[in-house]
Design a protein around this ligand. Structure first.
Ligand code: GRF
Length: 205
């Protein structure tokens, strides 16, 4: 019997991927429950999404902390208090520090709007357009200390058209993000992911 996983989601803004997870839980797409949403940004629209869905949320306003390490101490304390099995970074716009990565090693996943290792960091869609790649996409990966560099769980390719701009390309990628993220959460919650070095093996049920 698979135990229902306790999921927390970290985000900094719009929260459309968080919403995809809220819908995923509602539709029983994965054996997990979103027990809390945590944000560093008091203006994040995702807070409203948590409120509407009745999900407890914590606002840890980054700008009120004297430095990142003190902010992260508070974040870590809050994360601990939730006792999560899985931490999902869904549009969380900060690099997660070493202490948190260590504490939740192999239990934190992130979604990135490019086919890693291409175009890590900010403005991944714009980077792909500037470079002139014909495909880009999204990646869901485990989080390690190095930014956007952890073992890859899933990727989905999206074609780049000549008519695309940053907005249209972001929109195309986002549609796939909303499908891939709940699916990656399902694989995690069903205990189907094994990390072997850089390789994530996905077992069949
Ligand atoms: C997404 O494109 C995600 O891949 C990236 O930040 C964006 C967040 O969008 N990490 P949203 O807040 O989930 O709508």
């Amino acid at each position: 019997m698979i135990k229902i996983k306790r999921i927390i989601v970290l985000g900094s803004g719009r929260g459309s991927n968080f919403q995809a997870l809220i819908e995923g839980e509602k539709n029983n797409c994965f054996p997990g429950k979103i027990i809390a949403f945590i944000t560093d940004n008091p203006e994040a629209y995702a807070i409203e999404r948590a409120r509407i869905a009745g999900i407890p949320f914590f606002v840890i306003n980054f700008s009120l902390f004297p430095d990142k390490s003190i902010y992260e101490e508070e974040l870590l304390k809050t994360m601990f208090s939730c006792a999560p099995d899985l931490v999902v970074l869904a549009g969380y716009m900060r690099i997660v520090g070493r202490a948190i990565v260590k504490e939740f090693e192999n239990h934190i996943i992130n979604i990135h709007p490019a086919l890693l290792p291409s175009f890590p960091g900010l403005h991944a869609q714009e980077q792909a357009l500037r470079y002139g790649t014909k495909i880009t996409g999204c990646t869901i990966h485990f989080v390690t200390e190095d930014m956007d560099a952890g073992p890859i769980i899933l990727q989905k390719a999206v074609s780049v058209d000549e008519s695309d701009n940053e907005e249209s390309l972001s929109e195309k990628i986002l549609m796939f993000e909303h499908k891939c993220l709940p699916y990656a959460v399902k694989l995690f919650c069903e205990d189907r992911l094994t990390i072997d070095g850089r390789l994530v093996k996905i077992s069949r049920i």
